[in-house]
Write a protein that binds this ligand. Structure first.
Ligand code: SF4
Length: 369
């Protein structure tokens, strides 16, 4: 059995560690690219959401490298993600690929099915081995998400433009050449040190933007056209409302026990959207309010065309903009999104936030409020 999985930002680093620590043979799909998307688009229905198309491209690129089994996570929520595994299996079979899919649904109290699927995936029934490997993967995803946060901080402040990306891109190339948890953690540590040592330009005025929206589009840099790099180069420090480490903690450990770390976010969303309507619409609203209260200069909502939960969230954002005095920009992504138009919108938005900040600070100086 040769396992592969779809890309979603840095998640591949932790999945690689998990499978390597369990001794599973794996194929990491090549980084998402135009070619990945073209393959996915060819084999997917036109109106399906963009993440599914990119996933299809990942699978076929991995199958061509010898993979025969796909492992994916599922969702029990009321949006299309819940059907991904079934649709993808059918699409792959129509395309002539007879491949096994192992679905790791969040346990939701049913740890037996969850562990049965893990046993199938790992080929071992030794729970200690599995739990040890899971623990290592969680440590890695926390470390790699923390590394990414360091890039969000440093990129807009670096004196020599491009230093952070030079180290960060080298990290992603290096990950494919190291093996197991210890080597991966060592690479994360040295990359973190290098990025932290990048010299800062203290004269740069930093704008802060919170990124909200659909989880895959927020996290996968190919799909969001590398929003963190583009904004970093414009002197913007970002925070992403959703991260793989947070998702994992929430769905794997807290939710099955009836707990959540998102209570504050849901409370913030409550006056506008009380219930879970699928995807992360409630988090989009809750984080927009939280970012406003935390003094961020603006928020950007990003989601794939036809994403139902985010369309609902978008209809609420103008009210939040008014109630909490925070500008927002909405970016909708699909395979036709052009980089030039996208960049113009980002530049215009950042320009607006900079002027607004300048006016607000001028007023504070003049009138003392
Ligand atoms: S959250 Fe949106 S993009 Fe993601 S699967 Fe659901 S409908 Fe599709």
């Amino acid at each position: 059995m040769k396992i592969t999985f779809p890309h979603m930002g840095n998640q591949y680093v932790a999945t690689k560690v998990l499978l390597e620590e369990l001794g599973v043979d794996l194929v990491i799909p090549p980084p998402c690219s135009k070619n990945t998307l073209n393959i996915g688009v060819k084999y997917s229905p036109e109106s399906i959401c963009l993440p599914l198309k990119v996933n299809m491209g990942n699978y076929i690129q991995s199958i061509n490298r010898g993979a025969d089994t796909i492992v994916i996570t599922g969702s029990c929520g009321p949006c299309r993600f819940g059907y991904y595994s079934i649709i993808q299996k059918e699409l792959l079979s129509e395309a002539g690929y007879d491949i096994d899919i192992i679905l790791l649904d969040p346990p939701q109290g049913d740890y037996k099915t969850f562990f049965d699927n893990i046993f199938k995936l790992t080929g071992t029934k030794n729970p200690y081995k599995i739990i040890r490997a899971l623990k290592k993967a969680v440590t890695v995803i926390n470390a790699v998400d923390d590394l990414e946060s360091v890039t969000y901080y440093k990129r807009p402040r670096e004196k020599a433009k491009g230093d952070v990306d030079r180290y960060y891109d080298a990290f992603h190339r290096g990950i494919r050449t190291v093996y197991g948890c210890r080597e991966v953690l060592q690479l994360i540590k040295t990359t973190r040190e290098k990025i932290l040592s990048v010299e800062e330009d203290t004269t740069e005025e930093i704008i802060k933007i919170g990124i909200i929206g659909e989880i895959y589009t927020i996290i996968e840099p190919f799909v969001n056209l590398n929003i963190e790099k583009k904004l970093g180069d414009l002197g913007v420090e970002i925070d992403k409302s959703l991260k793989v480490s947070r998702w994992l903690k929430e769905h794997l450990f807290l939710n099955p026990l009836g707990l959540t770390s998102e209570r504050k976010t849901w409370e913030a969303s409550e006056p506008y959207l009380k219930t879970m309507i699928g995807g992360h619409a409630r988090e989009t609203i809750g984080y927009a309010v939280r970012y406003a209260k935390e003094g961020f200069d603006g928020v950007i909502q990003i989601y794939p065309l036809t994403c139902m939960p985010e369309i609902v969230a978008q209809s609420i954002l103008p009210t939040i903009e008014k109630d909490h005095n925070i500008p927002y920009l909405c970016l909708i992504m699909d395979e036709m999104t052009g980089e030039a138009g996208y960049m113009t919108r980002l530049e215009a938005f950042v320009d607006l936030l900079r002027r607004r900040k300048g006016i607000n600070e001028g007023e504070k100086l003049l009138f003392g409020y």
